[in-house]
Design a protein around this ligand. Structure first.
Ligand code: SF4
Length: 128
């Protein structure tokens, strides 16, 4: 929108002049599409930052512990653990020391040979 001076690149703001207050800018009207887009973005943000429920965490932990115990509680070498944690460090699902996908404490989970990444970024280290 122009300001009336003929320059189409001039993006003037709508408003009015008040003799006492000076230029008063009209509030920007928000379209239905902008509100809808904001709601969609908010929903995506909340979904991405949502942690698993307590029940999901308990089931995941229970399964991981059962596999770990069945495997004789074998642990990774320091190198294997470092490689796994390096992958987690670069993962957007890592939040502080926890994986938001499974809810596990990464330094513990990544140290178990039978553990796996819920997004298949690192496998279990089980010998066949
Ligand atoms: S376990 Fe997998 S999903 Fe979770 S933070 Fe590590 S790499 Fe990411």
């Amino acid at each position: 929108m122009g300001c009336g001076c003929g320059n189409k690149n001039n993006k003037s703001t709508k408003g009015r002049i008040d003799p006492k207050k000076g230029f008063i800018q009209e509030p920007k009207k928000t379209s239905v599409n902008e509100v809808s887009l904001a709601a969609t973005n908010r929903a995506k943000f909340e979904e991405k930052n949502k942690e698993p429920s307590i029940l999901t965490k308990a089931l995941t932990l229970g399964s991981a512990v059962a596999n770990h115990v069945a495997d004789g509680m074998s642990k990774c070498s320091k190198t294997e653990l470092a490689i796994r944690l390096d992958i987690c460090d670069k993962c957007p699902e890592r939040k502080d020391t926890t994986c938001t996908k499974c809810g596990c404490l990464l330094t513990v989970k990544a140290g178990w040979k039978t553990a796996t990444c819920p997004m298949d970024k690192w496998p279990a280290l089980i010998e066949n």
